[in-house]
Every structure is written in C-alpha cells, then in structure tokens.
Design a protein around this ligand. Structure first.
Ligand SMILES: CC(C)(COP(=O)(O)OP(=O)(O)OC[C@H]1O[C@@H](n2cnc3c(N)ncnc32)[C@H](O)[C@@H]1OP(=O)(O)O)[C@@H](O)C(=O)NCCC(=O)NCCS
Length: 166
C-alpha cells in the first residue's frame, strides 16, 4: 500500500469529516461519554473538521493541514497551528498540533507516524520553539506516536462533570 502525505486541498474536508467520527469515536471527551447520543457525537467530530477547513481559509498562515492519500483519496490527516496568544505572551513561537486522525481500517501501518513527521517539518519551517499536543491517557497509539516523534508528557489534567437534575 502506497500512502503519500501532501498538503490539504479545499474539498479534502468532506472525506476528512467522514474519517474523524470513525477515528475519534472511542476516544476523547465526547467519544467515551456513552450518555451522549452517538449521532451527536459523530456530528461533533465531523463539525470540528469542517471548522478547521473554514479557519484555514481565513488564517492560512496560522493553521494548516496535511493529508495522507491512498490512490489520491484522503485516509488520514493532521492539523497544525500557531497559538498566537501564547506566542505573544511568552515571546516565542508556540505551535499546536490540533488534530490527527487515520482511517481505523488502516491503523498500525505507519500513517500516523508519517503525518506527525510532516507536521514537525511545518513547525520547524515556522520556527516554532515549542509545540504542544494534547491527548487522552488511554490513547496508547497516539502517545506512542507522539513520543516517538520527540514529545514528552509534561502535564496530565482531568475533566470532572456532573449531570444536574431539576
Ligand atoms: C493515533 C493514530 C493517528 C495513530 O495512527 P496510526 O497510523 O495507527 O499510527 P502508526 O501506525 O504510525 O503507529 C504509531 C504508534 O502507535 C502504535 N499503535 C498503532 N495502533 C495501535 C493500537 N491499536 N494499539 C496500540 N498501539 C498502537 C504503533 O505500534 C506505533 O507505536 P510504535 O512505533 O511504538 O510501535 C490513530 O490510532 C488514530 O487515528 N486514532 C484515533 C484518533 C486519535 O486518537 N488521534 C490522536 C488524538 S490526539
């Protein structure tokens, strides 16, 4: 299987928005909360991709995406950006790896690793001095891939939630 990584092109977001809910369905705040209706959870991850696509059009210098393609069709993507607020505050270019997803049918074949490598090239081209990525503590594949690319865990937070009854 040959998979090529290249730049996001407008129109890719349709396929990316199909991959996102399938990839994230088992992870992250909404994916693991089975009190939430599944169709809304799927919409959440689909909309996140569509929102990235809109923001890339408006802020092409600060937000970018790279796409893994098999026979030209997107099978994974990574979204990268600059955190302007923190860059100004801390007087250094602060990069954020905003999203990463691979078609679940193609996991464990090195596609995620290739996407992260391409993202790191972008951060270096932008002269970032620091790059953050957040993930979940049970997301073993993501943690392994990020650590292999040089990231180290520096902080673990948690989300507490309660349902209010009336
Ligand atoms: C995280 C993700 C992008 C990795 O993509 P991938 O193409 O499977 O990654 P790779 O094949 O390059 O493998 C990366 C590492 O994860 C490991 N890995 C992949 N799938 C795994 C699995 N199901 N269980 C455990 N480890 C796994 C690989 O062994 C590799 O680690 P190693 O180099 O130490 O062996 C993919 O699992 C995914 O889309 N997950 C859902 C969305 C997500 O969690 N995104 C990241 C959120 S921050």
């Amino acid at each position: 299987m040959t998979v090529e990584i290249d730049e996001y092109r407008p129109g890719d977001e349709a396929r990316m928005a199909e991959i996102a809910p399938r990839a994230f369905g088992r992870f992250a705040r909404h994916g693991i909360d089975y009190t939430l209706p599944r169709d809304r959870v799927e919409s959440y991850y689909r909309n996140e991709v569509l929102d990235f696509a809109r923001r890339m059009e408006r802020q092409p210098d600060d937000l970018a995406a790279f796409v893994a393609r098999r026979d030209g069709e997107p099978v994974g993507y990574i979204v990268v950006g600059i955190d302007q607020g923190r860059s100004e505050l801390f007087q250094m270019r602060w990069g954020i790896l905003r999203s990463l997803a691979v078609d679940p049918d193609l996991h464990h074949q090195g596609i995620g690793t290739k996407l992260i490598q391409r993202a790191m090239q972008w951060f270096r081209e932008k002269r970032c001095e620091c790059v953050d990525v957040g993930t979940d503590q049970n997301n073993i594949a993501a943690i392994r891939a990020y650590e292999a690319a040089g990231f180290r865990i520096i902080y673990c937070g948690m989300v507490l939630s309660q349902k209010l009854e009336y």
